[in-house]
Design a protein around this ligand. Structure first.
Ligand SMILES: [Zn+2]
Length: 466
């Protein structure tokens, strides 16, 4: 299992005590243009912090190393979604709270009356909410929370359809105000690290974090590492990122999902890659290597996600159907029929149609004399035509088995000036580096993030997670 030549063998990754982090404090030093943004969070009140509940699959929070609660208070202004003090927290003790989740095969009315809410009250709620939300659209997993006063009157009713959107009805004078609410999520820095036992996705979800973080991480390095192909057991990763929390009615916080990745490192057979998020100007950010070059390249490593290589680029191989030896000038990615296939670079569609053994084929012309090929597609992206401009990672079609194919896959090829080249070897830069005038800002911020990225212990995935 362990590659003896691997630079990061699990047994060498001895645990060391988590260093107290001060990311937030340090980052405050960097203001204005060229900062790592989205770190201006309000610290939770101590009681809120202690009642913080991870809504994710939960589990080993050790690796999530929430940054220490004794960080200096930042940004005194409460987040804009924080309800006014009168609305929040400590409801009058005589309020009766009824909460629940809609389960399969039931209705909101039944869920409420099942908890002893009178039919009159159910009727009032349904009537007041109707302009915004029809109860017939209630779905399993939706959550509700009802507050009633000692007369049984509805004081507040919240109906949550997603972790961030809800419909709310509040008593105002003698009537009700009804509105839709979008929770503004509060970012809190966190760190996740590990060693891959089977896949990056498992290494992340086994630690209780959402799989989205693994996908975002793979996206940061998508130009350098093909996570479907190059990742091996023993490879190590570190992620410094934001966890996004929603403020609850009782003042506690609920973890919703991972937010932006601030810094990331991947170290394995595919090399060592480190990237930092940096905003060149407000709202315009990207990922950069420690030397300030952009991680972005002209070509992505792969034209799809969730695929395995079924055939590599080679100058000689035995064709599975034709039973003759001939070169394979592409990379075959096997994936279920219907898996989206995207253009690996920005360009123009120069072919879209049937092409013999290629089956349904899309060809995209890029700058510098490159053309990429995507074949055996089951169908094309809706509306895609010859002459269309496509962006990097824009879906152009879907995996299929058209033409000469033994199973569903996409044969991905790149030609330059009419000659096929190995897509796995392309290393063409595309993104602009950090501008000179911002480099010192970048360097300071990078060093802070780097220290945080390397702080704390590295969690070694257990054998049973294999
Ligand atoms: Zn092929």
């Amino acid at each position: 299992m362990q590659n003896p030549k691997h630079p990061l063998q699990p047994e060498r990754l001895r645990r060391r005590p988590a260093r107290r982090a001060s990311l937030l404090g340090s980052l405050l030093l960097f203001g204005g243009v060229g900062t790592f943004v989205a770190l201006s969070t309000a610290e939770p009140a101590p009681e809120a912090a202690s009642s913080r509940s991870d809504a994710g699959p939960s589990g080993h929070s050790v690796a999530l190393a929430a940054f220490s609660p004794e960080l200096p208070a930042v940004s005194a202004a409460p987040p804009s979604n924080a309800p006014a003090p009168s609305e929040v927290a400590s409801p009058a003790p005589d309020l009766r709270i009824t909460e629940g989740v809609i389960s399969r095969g039931t209705t909101l009315a039944r869920a409420l009356s099942g908890q002893g809410v009178s039919s009159d009250v159910v009727h009032v709620i349904a009537r007041e909410m109707r302009p915004l939300f029809d109860f017939r659209r209630a779905r399993p997993g939706h959550r509700f929370r009802l507050s009633q006063d000692d007369l049984g009157r509805v004081v507040d009713f919240r109906y949550r359809t997603t972790p961030t959107s809800s419909y709310r009805m509040s008593l105002v004078g003698e009537g009700y105000s009804v509105r839709q609410e979008e929770a503004v999520l509060m970012p809190r820095p966190a760190r996740l690290s590990g060693v891959i036992a089977s896949s990056l996705y498992r290494a992340v979800t086994d630690q209780g974090e959402h799989g989205q973080l693994a996908r975002d991480f793979a996206d940061v390095f998508a130009w350098d590492v093909d996570f479907q192909r190059s990742v091996q057991p023993g490879d190590a990763f570190r992620i410094l990122y934001e966890k996004l929390y929603r403020l609850e009615d009782d003042g506690s916080e609920a973890y919703v999902r991972p937010g932006r990745i601030l810094a990331a490192r991947y170290e394995g057979v595919a090399g060592r890659h480190t990237a930092f998020y940096f905003e060149r100007e407000e709202g315009v950010g990207g990922y950069y290597r420690p030397d300030g070059t952009s991680v972005e390249r002209q070509f992505l490593m792969a034209p799809l996600r969730h695929a395995r290589i079924s055939s590599r680029y080679t100058s000689a191989r035995r064709h599975p159907i034709l039973k003759i030896t001939r070169p394979h000038h592409g990379i075959d990615y096997a994936a279920p029929v219907g898996t989206p296939v995207w253009s690996v670079a920005e360009g123009e569609v120069i072919f879209r149609g049937r092409a013999g053994g290629f089956g349904n084929l899309v060809k995209v012309r890029h700058s510098n004399g490159y053309v990429s090929y995507y074949s055996h597609l089951s169908r094309f992206a809706k509306g895609l035509r010859r002459g269309d401009k496509v962006g990097q990672k824009q879906v152009i079609g879907y995996v299929g088995q058209t033409g000469l194919a033994t199973g569903p896959h996409v044969c991905f090829r790149i030609a330059r000036n009419g000659q096929y080249v190995n897509p796995a070897r392309l290393r063409t830069p595309a993104g602009d580096p950090v501008p000179n005038e911002l480099f010192s800002t970048f360097r300071s911020a990078r060093d802070v993030l780097l220290a945080e990225l390397d702080a704390g212990e590295l969690v070694v995935a257990s054998e049973e997670s294999l």
